[in-house]
Design a protein around this ligand. Structure first.
Ligand code: DGY
Length: 322
């Protein structure tokens, strides 16, 4: 019997793939940084038993209509807003993601972004490397303290809770807003549940970690930024589409808020001439929340494990439901 065909939409390291080569026929798009051509994906899916997809691939009706034998789509991310779950369900295809294994790594990046923005680290680094540093000065590159301030986490899932844990080390007051109350986080971490508006009003750092859904799309708009403190810093490590980027630009440019640390953007990759990137008070990273070598490799292996489970007729390890 021939081996099941697994198509991977980016080049992944051989060291991860090799353990599965005896059980699957694996083919990959040959580029690491260039996304798969749509035509190639549409052709490959016709013969594939399984796909490993990236968050930058739109896995929609067009893909599911072409498949003939597809059993599982394993998305290399915890977020799965790039996949049409209803179309997958109609086609009888299981969808999996990579929760848990990236929680700590993504929380680290989120908190790092918060520190970098508050303490102006990137600006300070540019200043030194540009040879602009001539003298020590009392307020040179003075930023804002993080310790003892109030952090407001919007989206208290696994990553939100882990960011809250990081914040306890900085003795911060922790507010959160979520679809549902997280009593355990309240007891263990001392987080306080508040309404969205109260969180915006009271937080020194507003951290967006909510998933992208119809309800959360554009929730950080002009009104939301106007409710924040004028010294507030906005951090986004979730999805760019939760934010009205024009409103964010205006809010920072007009000193309605103090700055932003952004790992995600509405259109990725964001163009270097995007107005947001012209602001000194914006720290920008290229969607690297879960990008440590260890975690990314663990995520890849989890995708392959999920595929193996489904193709062997077992329940996926980390399925997502429609
Ligand atoms: C995810 O996995 O959805 C995150 O955005 C990774 O950074």
């Amino acid at each position: 019997m021939s081996k099941p065909f697994v198509y991977i939409t980016r080049k992944l390291p051989e060291s991860v793939i090799e353990a599965f080569e005896s059980v699957f026929k694996i083919e990959m798009w040959p580029e690491e940084e260039v996304p798969v051509e749509r035509g190639v994906l549409l052709e490959k899916v016709q013969h594939a038993d399984a796909l490993i997809t990236m968050l930058s691939d739109q896995v929609n009706h067009e893909i599911f209509e072409k498949q003939t034998n597809l059993k599982v789509v394993a998305n290399l991310a915890v977020g799965y807003d790039n996949i049409d779950l209803n179309a997958a369900k109609e086609a009888g295809v299981v969808v999996t993601n990579t929760p848990d294994v990236l929680t700590d790594t993504t929380a680290d990046l989120t908190f790092g972004l918060l520190l970098a923005t508050a303490r102006r680290l990137m600006e300070a680094e540019r200043y030194v490397k540009n040879n602009s540093w001539e003298n020590w000065a009392p307020l040179l590159m003075a930023g804002q303290d993080v310790h003892h301030k109030t952090i407001g986490i919007v989206g208290m899932g696994r990553i939100g809770e882990t960011v809250a844990k990081r914040a306890t080390g900085f003795e911060m007051e922790i507010l959160y807003h979520n679809r549902s109350r997280k009593r355990e986080a309240e007891e263990k971490i001392g987080a306080t549940y508040v309404g969205f508006e109260e969180l915006l009003k009271r937080s020194d750092f507003v951290v967006c970690l909510a998933p992208l859904t119809e309800e959360t799309k554009g929730m950080f708009n002009k009104e939301a930024f106007e409710r924040m403190k004028s010294r507030a810093i906005f951090i986004n490590a979730s999805r760019g589409a939760l934010v009205d980027e024009e409103a964010l630009y205006d809010a920072i440019h007009q000193n309605v808020i103090a700055g932003a640390g952004l790992d995600v953007f509405k259109n990725e990759p964001i163009s270097a001439d995007h107005p947001l990137l012209t602001l000194e008070q914006v720290v920008a990273t290229p969607h690297i929340g879960s990008a440590s070598e260890e975690t990314r490799k663990t995520m890849m292996t989890l995708c392959l494990d999920n595929i193996q489970h489904v193709l062997n007729g077992k329940e996926a390890k980390t399925p997502v439901g429609a």
